[in-house]
Design a protein around this ligand. Structure first.
Ligand SMILES: *Cc1c(COP(=O)(O)O)cnc(C)c1O
Length: 385
């Protein structure tokens, strides 16, 4: 086993070596611009993009033509939310979202609010779930979009998207779902879920950073989005800019690997997660589990160790173990986690929260080590207090 141990797979994942291998030739040999279709360099790159489109579509049971490649899930979220409202061509539209969404969703909605539209931010319960009755009650005649994520990046809670889609469609609105954490980790069938728009991030599924995708349902009634990036008209005018060919090829391969490995991988990772939690719980029965006890991502563990400031744990583990926290000290905005606040976690427990993200390359040995070291550090810090 090698140190440091990487247990922050919700923040980003390493590239799978198999992903790297298929990307490599697209930097050097097949470096063409897919828009230069009149020569073989461009045509080869263009064909590779279409293979990747099929692979990504297949992972979420979509049609290839329903996939638009973007620069990241942040961009996909912006395109879905701002693009839909803008294309509706009317002022005073209404969007519904939830308090635990990713900042790229919340900020996109806030931006629309500044432009004269309206937003409702639904509260969540202690597990991070939206009350379906509250969702029903939030609709207004001007509501055209609901944006609710499938799996939360901090607490791992998985939302009942199919039920939300049914409610949304009954009220004549569309459902966008941020799938950045859910894709490749749990089975997704966009048709069965009934989502109209869905965002994907490559670097959360063992492909490189700087690539994403947006699923746009193609069946009638058709969805119109205003492009947020104007220029050469790539991706059927939806997303201009020269294709990140290696990145897209990598995303495609990563999607294919996830599809192949998902079942066994989820079982293995969930077992490691439970092993980690049980070891911590045995040594410290007061440990608080944040998020839903069962409806959660297999690799997610979010806990609070009462009385043990997470900052101290993270400092102690800086060179040894990569984990994260919802405490203010670790976030870019230096604000405590809006997700942990939304589930009503007390300030002190937010301050003591730790997030473990277990992924494809973690081993049982690493998990046993992490649990042992956490216990040692916790006791050391406790004695200092
Ligand atoms: C990582 C993440 C994003 C942002 O993805 P980028 O590709 O980094 O922009 C959006 N939503 C969720 C839930 C995420 O985990």
């Amino acid at each position: 086993m090698q140190l440091p141990i990487y247990l922050d797979n919700h923040a980003t994942t390493p590239c799978d070596p198999q992903v790297m291998e298929v990307m490599q030739p697209f930097f050097t040999k097949f470096f063409g611009n897919p828009s230069s279709r009149h020569h073989v360099f461009g045509a080869q790159a263009g064909e590779a993009i279409e293979v990747a489109r099929e692979q990504v579509a297949s992972l979420i049971v979509a049609a290839p033509k329903e996939i638009v490649f973007t620069g990241c899930a942040t961009e996909s979220n912006n395109l879905a939310i701002r693009g839909l409202i803008e294309a509706s061509g009317k002022s005073h539209r209404h969007v519904i979202t939830a308090a635990t969404e990713h900042h790229s969703v919340l900020e996109s909605c806030k931006h629309l609010e500044r432009l004269g539209h309206q937003m409702t931010v639904l509260p969540v319960d202690r597990y991070g779930l939206v009350d379906l009755q509250k969702l029903q009650d939030a609709f207004r005649p001007e509501t055209i979009l609901v944006s609710i994520m499938m799996a939360n990046n901090e607490i791992g809670t998985i939302a009942p998207i199919a039920e939300m889609a049914a409610i949304t469609h009954e009220r004549g609105a569309l459902l966008h779902s941020d799938l950045a954490q859910a894709t490749g980790k749990i089975p997704i069938d966009v048709k069965k879920l009934g989502v109209d728009l869905a965002s994907i991030a490559a670097h959360k599924i063992y492909a490189p950073k700087g690539v994403g995708a947006l699923y746009i349902r193609s069946s009638v009634p058709s969805i119109r989005l205003s492009a947020q990036m104007l220029g050469g008209g790539q991706e059927r005018q939806m997303r201009s800019g020269t294709y990140n060919v290696p990145g897209i090829v990598g995303l495609g391969k990563a999607a294919q690997l996830c599809q192949e490995l998902m079942k066994d991988e989820a079982t293995r990772i969930e077992r490691l997660r439970n092993l980690l939690f049980n070891s911590i719980n045995e040594a410290l029965p007061e440990v608080v589990l944040n998020g839903h006890p069962t409806q959660r991502l297999p690799g997610n563990l979010n806990i609070s160790l009462p009385g043990i400031e997470s900052e101290k744990i993270l400092t102690a583990f800086r060179k040894e173990m990569a984990i994260s926290s919802g405490a203010a000290c670790t976030s870019a905005s230096s604000e405590p986690s809006h997700v942990l606040r939304a589930i009503g976690l007390q300030k002190e427990l937010i301050h003591c929260s730790l997030r473990f993200g277990i992924g494809r390359f973690n081993t049982e040995e690493e998990i046993i080590y992490a649990a042992k070291r956490l216990n040692e550090e916790r006791q050391r810090i406790w004695k200092q207090n």
